[in-house]
Design a protein around this ligand. Structure first.
Ligand SMILES: Cc1ncc(COP(=O)(O)O)c(C=O)c1O
Length: 350
């Protein structure tokens, strides 16, 4: 009997024993009054690691992104985001609901969804009053989730920031998995985010904390962000019990992300050898593996349903399946997944 192999996301990880201990022992206070010592420690430590002036603990990555959009823009602005970005596709149209902005989406020519300045520049509107709404913000994503965990280098990010700033446009980075990018590129998270005006990263994904994200930027930006967090219902009280797990995640988890990347690479290489599965393992740089099953004679939903019957969970979208590695996935789990994929798809071919 095999236990369930859950490859749907790196959000499914359970808190480690060290996280649970830290949660049980956390020193707490009322964070709306700024009096939770554990939250304050987490925020200070994150600001130190990212070399930003200030940080704010928020319940989710989505809230971090949406607060950033709200603080950087005014209603009627446009926000540039990549066509497959999380902000555009999976955050419930919040930019239009909360910020009153329009997303100007650009499909990156890069398969991994990494935008270049050449692609962004023609979509920018400045000084065109009365007919075009002004570009108020550019949003980037690193790693790019639905681009297959692709990474954006410090140089690529800096170039976009410098050019945007020349036009007076701020840049926000959805860095939900920025530590994965950091490990893959061998660049610190501070280097990768040096010139962005704000960045959000998730403690609750590959880093394994049960809940929480951190939003970072200038002190002035974070002061405004704190107001919007409260307005949106994100002012939490003795939330040091969660921040304690976040601190363990922040200090301990980045060191082991390379294992998730090795497992993802092995998974991609194995999948590439299965008839009908389309994936280029060269493109797999972090912990996300996306592959096309349209040549297998089965739909992605059918393949996921057959996997589920055999105790393996993955996500289908369109003709693709996404599998994400994390610390509850071992090398044996990867080998078992490949073996089951072979069985399901070979069965299909005969
Ligand atoms: C790239 C990216 N940004 C933001 C988020 C949102 O995070 P949360 O689920 O904490 O709202 C996710 C979640 O999967 C994500 O993958």
């Amino acid at each position: 009997m095999f236990s369930v192999i859950d490859l749907r996301s790196d959000t499914v990880t359970k808190p480690t024993p060290a996280m649970r201990r830290a949660m049980a022992e956390a020193e707490v206070g009322d964070d709306v009054f700024g009096e939770d010592p554990t939250v304050n420690r987490l925020q200070e430590r994150a600001a130190e690691i990212f070399e930003k002036e200030a940080a704010l603990f928020v319940p989710t990555g989505s809230m971090g992104n949406q607060i950033a959009i709200k603080v950087h823009t005014k209603p009627g602005d446009e926000v540039i985001a990549e066509a497959r970005s999380h902000i555009l596709n999976y955050e419930m149209a919040t930019p239009s609901v909360v910020s009153g902005v329009l997303i100007r989406s650009i499909r990156a020519s890069d398969e991994g969804g990494i935008l270049s300045w050449e692609e962004i520049e023609p979509e920018i509107h400045v000084n065109q009053p009365y007919y075009a709404c002004p570009t108020g913000l550019i949003c980037l994503e690193n790693t790019h989730n639905f681009g297959g965990g692709s990474v954006m280098t410090a140089t690529q990010t800096a170039e976009i920031c410098h050019k945007a700033h020349e036009l007076g446009i701020p840049v926000h980075l959805d860095g939900a998995r920025i530590f994965n990018a950091s490990v893959a590129l061998g660049s610190s998270v501070a280097e990768l985010t040096r010139y962005v005006d704000s960045v959000q990263f998730c403690l609750s994904k590959g880093l394994g904390a049960p809940v929480g994200s951190i939003l970072l930027g200038s002190s002035e930006f974070i002061e405004q962000a704190r107001i919007w967090r409260k307005r949106l219902g994100g002012g939490m009280r003795q939330v040091g019990v969660l921040a304690a797990a976040g601190l363990v995640a922040l200090e301990e988890s980045p060191k082991r992300l390379f294992l998730d990347h090795e497992n993802a690479k092995r998974l991609a290489e194995g999948l590439a050898n299965i008839k009908g599965v389309r994936i280029n393992p060269e493109r797999v740089k972090t912990n996300i593996v996306i592959f096309d099953v349209s040549d297998t004679g089965k739909t992605s939903l059918e393949v996921c349903s057959l996997l589920k019957e055999r105790g393996i969970l993955a996500i289908a979208f369109g003709k693709f399946i996404r599998m994400v590695t994390h610390y509850d996935i071992s090398r044996q789990d990867i080998e078992r997944t490949l073996q089951v994929m072979e069985e399901i798809l070979n069965d299909n071919i005969h």
